[in-house]
Design a protein around this ligand. Structure first.
Ligand code: SF4
Length: 149
């Protein structure tokens, strides 16, 4: 079974109420070859919500307690990001996911790039909180940008 980000499957779950539809990924879902998860909704957020970025590092640093996730108003939302990550990990293990394709650049789902914490649209190399937790548990994570390669 393949685990994919809900927004890639066309669900309007992003912070601003939009999706990031990838038709190939949506087709996998329609053919029951994939299941969709949104770590942020699983962590207790709703849509729309404020955008958030990791400050002080990347997802691995958040897991280690040396970085945090903060929304644009300055509220520390780290605990909700961790909650969503652990629920996503449980789902991936439950379905014995053989592939995980998550949305690039997200503070939850990014697997190569994330925003740098300044809310200015600047990206840095790094992974999101959910990706970091999945990888820490031996699960391979890729993104919509390179999963077919
Ligand atoms: Fe949800 Fe991940 Fe998509 Fe963000 S990138 S909306 S957390 S599935």
């Amino acid at each position: 079974m393949i685990l994919v980000s809900s927004c890639l499957a066309g669900m309007k779950v992003r912070y601003n109420g939009t999706d990031c539809l990838d038709e190939t990924i949506q087709k996998l879902l329609n053919e029951n070859k994939a299941i969709a998860v949104c770590p942020e909704l699983l962590g207790g957020f709703s849509t729309p919500r404020e955008p958030a970025e990791i400050i002080g590092g990347n997802g691995e640093d958040v897991l280690a307690g040396t970085a945090k996730v903060v929304d644009r108003s300055g509220t520390d939302v780290t605990d909700m990001y961790l909650e969503g990550a652990y629920i996503t990990l449980a789902k991936a293990q439950e379905v014995s996911a053989t592939m995980v394709v998550l949305k690039e650049n997200s503070p939850s789902c990014g697997s190569a790039m994330i925003y740098n914490g300044e809310f200015k649209g600047k990206k840095i190399a790094g992974n999101g909180v959910t990706t970091a937790l999945l990888r820490k548990n031996g699960i391979k994570v890729t993104s919509e940008e390179n999963w077919l390669l």
